[in-house]
Design a protein. Structure first.
Length: 367
């Protein structure tokens, strides 16, 4: 019991320290330079891979067309959609291409992005997810930032907007976990091998994209954005990743199944085929987000630690709202965490039994 109390106290202390340090961490985060001129005249092609995206695509395309720094072409790649994706794209001012059936060894999104890049004529290629919505100065600010720092690949981390109850419970936890891997000082240091990116906003210098082989380099990867960021660094090119909640956001109504599939995909991608790593991640998630409350019935000291952890977790969520986190329903944070713990456990079991199957874009892939 004493050892359990010490472990509980350690978790709570870590939460308190995290909460205390968060304002300073947020203050020192690198941001897209304010007031930079969007007058850069390099040709820009925006590529939107899309599969069954008729519900979210119009907002995305309208936001691209409304940029203060106009883009030169908008290409929507209709990846064998079964809805009105292509018609929506045309109605909202995009050029539509149909890449055809995927060759063996390709996953869907890399194949669509590859086809879009082949059709594009820009000196800069901006890959945008169909559920991304860009602020009016987004493209101009991103271009100027990339030019100012000699960047080959710039990725902006958006604000995440929740539109359903389950999203509001799960997505903030999911993003808080992912944010642990966003050490921007290391990611933006060319000498450090740490690399990651958000696949919903990838601004590539064309010559750099061609140098790494484009999406061919990650054609069979499930979590392709992390892999392509690693390729950039391994080739000696310059990667820059910045939080940009004031410039871009991502929002789509997600079903419970889609949230589960996304969490499972991320878990399998992170574990890289290791059942032990997925299990270890599940244990850490449970210990950090649920553990103190599960132990509260064991006695007054455990209950006090649970209350302290609860207050710290809520304060952290509210502060993180400045980065685009949804801090609504923060009181129910442990429920969202349990959902992700379950996804991690399932990834571990599926990997161990050789049954890991990832659903992505209404397709299935071996995990």
């Amino acid at each position: 019991m004493t050892m359990l109390l010490w472990l509980d106290a350690f978790v709570v202390l870590a939460c308190v320290l995290y909460c205390a340090a968060l304002p300073f961490t947020i203050h020192r985060l690198p941001r897209v330079g304010a007031g930079r001129s969007p007058a850069l005249r390099a040709r820009v092609s925006v590529i939107v891979p899309a599969r069954n995206e008729e519900k979210v695509l119009p907002r995305c395309l309208d936001s691209i067309r409304a940029q203060e720094r106009a883009v030169d072409e908008i290409i929507v790649v209709d990846d064998e959609s079964h809805d009105a994706t292509a018609r929506c794209a045309v109605e909202h001012g995009a050029c539509v291409i149909f890449p055809g059936a995927r060759p063996p060894g390709w996953t869907g999104k890399p194949w669509a992005a590859h086809a879009g890049a082949n059709a594009a004529t820009g000196e800069w290629l901006l890959f945008v997810d169909a559920d991304a919505v860009l602020g009016p100065r987004c493209v101009g600010a991103a271009l100027a930032e990339a030019e100012a720092h000699g960047t080959d690949l710039l990725s902006l981390i958006p604000a995440w907007r929740s539109s359903t109850l389950l999203e509001a419970l799960v997505q903030p936890i999911f993003f808080m976990v992912l944010s642990g891997f966003f050490d921007f000082d290391r990611i933006n240091d060319p000498a450090d091998p740490m690399a990651t990116a958000w696949g919903g906003f990838l601004l590539f210098r064309r010559e750099a994209y061609d140098k790494i082989g484009g999406h061919t380099a990650v054609k069979n990867v499930i979590v392709e954005d992390l892999a392509i960021a690693r390729e950039v660094k391994q080739r000696g090119l310059k990667l820059r990743v910045l939080p940009g909640p004031e410039l871009a956001e991502t929002a789509r109504p997600l079903t419970a199944r889609r949230i589960w599939d996304d969490a499972h995909r991320a878990a399998c991608g992170f574990a890289r085929g290791s059942a032990l790593l997925a299990l270890f991640s599940a244990v850490l998630l449970f210990a950090n987000f649920v553990g103190p409350y599960a132990l509260a019935p064991l006695g007054p000291r455990f209950a006090v630690l649970a209350v302290v952890h609860y207050v710290g977790a809520i304060l952290a969520r509210v502060q993180a709202g400045r980065l685009g986190f949804d801090y609504r329903l923060a009181l129910l944070q442990p429920i969202g965490a349990l959902y992700l713990v379950a996804a991690m456990l399932w990834a571990s079991i599926a990997t161990l039994t050789g049954q890991a199957v990832v659903r992505w874009g209404s397709r299935q892939y071996k995990g």
